[in-house]
Design a protein around this ligand. Structure first.
Ligand code: ZN
Length: 524
C-alpha cells in the first residue's frame, strides 16, 4: 500500500494496517517476521508502532534493521536466511519522500517475495472489517545493531542493516577478483546512492570491500527526504551521473540505485545501458558471474521488456519466460528453479538469491563481467548488438488521461487485428495484434488483459499497457521496440531512432483523436 505520508500519519492508521497484516496470517505464520524500511520520512515513527502491534499480537520473534533501515533486497534476504514467515517493508520505492510526499507498507511472504494477490487481497479485506488492534505499551526502543529486547512473548533482535546482505553478496561474486581490478586502477567505478537506502550498502560493499574511493560514492548519506530529490535511477533523475558518464572524466562503470535499493541504472563510459540490454548482457555473460557458473537453466522478463533476452536465451538453448508486469510474477518461476535470472524494463534486475529486484547486485554483475572480459561496456554492447541485433527500445508515456478514455484506447486496439494486419511502418508490416494473457506454469493462475501487443514481421513490437488505473486518471504506456540487425545502423540514440514508430503507435491507437495528445508527456 502506497499513499501520501499524511494518510499514514493519521491516528491508528499504521497500527490498523499492521494488525490487518497479522490477521491475514495463519497462527502458524506468526512465528518470525522481519521489519525494515528505506529510511524515508516517517520510517522511524512507523517502525515503533509496528513493533508495538507485533508484540501485542505475540509474534515470537521480530528481526528489525538498525535504526529501522533495510533495503528491500536485504529484507528479502533476511526473510530467507532466518526462515521467517514474512516481512514488512516500509518504502514507496523510487517515489519522493518527506513531509507531504510518499510512504508505503508492503508485505513479503516466507520466500521473500512481494505477497501474491491472494495475500494482498486478504490484507485488504481485513482493512475493510478491522475493529480493534492488539497493542503493547512499550517504551520508545533504541534500534542499535546487536540490541535484543524481550517483551511478553516476543523477542526483538536488532540486526545490522548491511552485514547479512554483504555476506550474501560475497558468496555470489568473486570479491578478490573485482577488488583487484578496482585497486589496480584497471576498473574505475562511480556510484550514485541518490541519498537513499543503498548509501550504507555502497560504502561497505563498493568502498570497504572492493576499494572504490569515497569520492566516487556520491550521495551515499541516506536522508529522510532523499535530499529533496526523486530517487529514481534513470536519465532524468540521475542526470548528474548520466552527464558525468557521458563526459570526459567518466569512469568505466557508472551506476545508481533507487529509494529502497531494488532498482538500478547502469552506464558505461559514454554509453547508457538500457535495462533490457543490461538484462540480456548479464544473461549472455553469465559465465563471468560465479553465482551463475553452473548455468542459468532459464530466464524471465516482463512482457514489455525488450526481446533482446529471448535471443540470448535461444542462443544459450534455455527457456525464456514472459510474465506480466510486476516482480511478484517471477516468484513461482524462481521458487521452482525454472529461472535463475529475471528483469524488467523499468530498471529492475535480479537473480535467484532473493525474491526482489536488486540494485547493488546488478552493479556487482556488471563489475564481474567488466573485470572478467576486460573490455569496455560500450564494446560489450556493440558486440552484443552485432551478434544478436539491437533492440532499439524506449517508452512513451501518456500521463493524466481520463481513465475511461485510456481504457477505450486499449479496447479498440484489442479488436483491431483485422484492420491493422499488413499495415506498413517503414520496411516492416504488422504481422499480429494480440492481448497478453499469462498462465502461471507453476500454479496455473491466469492473469488476463496484461496489455496489447502489435508485432511486426521482423519481430519488432509496440506494446500498450495501462498503469495507475482504479483512480480517476490513468497512464498509457507505449513501449517501442525496433530490432536493427544492420551493424552500420546500431549506434543511434534510441529515442531518436524510435520517433517514427512512436508516431505510428499514436496513429494506429487513435491516441490523438481520443485524448488530444499528439505527443507523449514523457519519453524515456
Ligand atoms: Zn524501488
Amino acid at each position: 500500500m502506497r499513499k501520501k505520508v499524511d494518510v499514514f500519519q493519521q491516528p491508528h492508521y499504521v497500527a490498523n494496517f499492521t494488525q490487518a497484516i497479522v490477521n491475514a496470517l495463519s497462527p502458524e505464520q506468526r512465528g518470525r517476521l522481519v521489519v525494515g524500511g528505506d529510511g524515508r520520512y516517517f520510517n522511524a515513527e512507523a517502525i515503533q508502532v509496528i513493533l508495538k502491534v507485533l508484540v501485542g499480537n505475540g509474534i515470537r520473534e521480530v528481526l528489525v534493521g538498525a535504526d529501522g533501515i533495510l533495503s528491500t533486497p536485504a529484507v528479502s534476504n533476511l526473510i530467507r536466511k532466518s526462515k521467517a514467515d514474512g516481512g514488512i517493508v516500509l518504502s514507496a520505492s523510487h517515489n519522493p519522500g518527506g513531509p507531504g510526499k510518499d510512504f508505503g507498507i508492503k508485505f513479503n511472504n516466507a520466500s521473500g517475495s512481494p505477497a501474491p494477490e491472494n495475500i494482498t487481497q486478504a490484507i485488504y479485506d481485513q482493512t475493510r472489517s478491522i475493529s480493534e488492534y492488539q497493542w503493547a505499551d512499550l517504551p520508545e526502543l533504541k534500534l542499535e545493531a546487536g540490541s535484543e529486547y524481550t517483551f511478553l512473548d516476543t523477542k526483538i533482535r536488532v540486526v545490522d542493516s548491511v552485514d547479512d546482505y554483504a555476506a550474501l553478496m560475497q558468496t555470489l561474486f568473486d570479491f578478490d577478483r573485482i577488488g583487484d581490478a578496482i585497486r589496480s586502477g584497471g576498473l574505475s567505478v562511480c556510484f550514485d546512492g541518490m541519498h537513499a537506502v543503498t548509501g550504507p550498502y555502497a560504502r561497505r560493499i563498493f568502498g570497504d570491500l572492493l576499494g572504490v574511493s569515497q569520492d566516487r560514492l556520491w550521495n551515499c548519506d541516506a536522508l529522510t527526504d532523499f535530499g529533496g530529490g526523486h530517487p529514481d535511477p534513470n536519465r532524468v533523475y540521475a542526470k548528474t551521473l548520466y552527464d558525468f558518464m557521458m563526459g570526459e572524466s567518466a569512469t568505466d562503470l557508472g551506476a545508481a540505485s533507487d529509494g529502497d535499493g531494488d532498482r538500478n541504472m547502469i552506464m558505461g563510459r559514454g554509453a547508457f545501458v538500457s535495462p533490457s540490454d543490461s538484462l540480456a548482457l548479464i544473461a549472455q555473460h553469465h559465465q563471468s558471474i560465479p553465482q551463475f557458473k553452473s548455468g542459468l537453466v532459464g530466464v524471465a522478463r516482463s512482457m514489455p521488456t525488450s526481446t533482446a533476452l529471448d535471443r540470448v536465451a535461444q542462443h544459450l538453448n534455455i527457456s525464456c519466460y514472459e510474465t506480466p508486469t510486476g516482480w511478484k510474477f517471477f516468484g513461482n518461476l524462481l521458487d521452482q528453479g525454472l529461472v535463475r535470472l529475471c528483469g524488467e524494463e523499468s530498471f529492475g534486475t535480479s537473480g535467484d538469491h532473493v525474491r526482489e529486484k536488486d540494485g547493488v547486485w546488478t552493479v556487482l554483475c556488471w563489475l564481474s563481467i567488466l573485470a572478467d572480459k576486460q573490455v569496455s561496456a560500450q564494446e560489450l554492447l556493440a558486440q552484443h548488438w552485432t551478434s544478436f541485433g539491437r533492440s532499439y527500445y524506449c517508452r512513451h508515456d501518456y500521463e493524466g488521461l481520463d481513465a475511461d478514455k485510456a481504457q477505450t484506447i486499449i479496447d479498440q486496439l484489442a479488436g483491431a487485428k483485422g484492420k491493422l494486419l499488413g499495415r506498413k511502418m517503414g520496411a516492416m508490416s504488422v504481422a499480429d495484434v494480440n492481448v497478453f494473457r499469462y498462465e502461471d506454469p507453476v500454479d496455473g493462475s491466469v492473469s488476463e488483459n496484461q496489455g496489447v501487443r502489435v508485432v511486426f514481421d521482423d519481430h519488432s513490437r509496440v506494446v500498450y499497457r495501462l498503469s495507475g488505473t482504479g483512480t480517476d486518471s490513468a497512464t498509457l504506456r507505449v513501449y517501442l521496440e525496433q530490432i536493427e540487425r544492420d551493424a552500420q545502423n546500431q549506434g543511434a540514440d534510441a529515442i531518436v531512432y524510435n520517433e517514427s514508430l512512436g508516431q505510428f503507435a499514436n496513429d494506429i491507437a487513435d491516441i490523438q483523436a481520443t485524448t488530444g495528445l499528439s505527443e507523449p508527456t514523457v519519453k524515456t
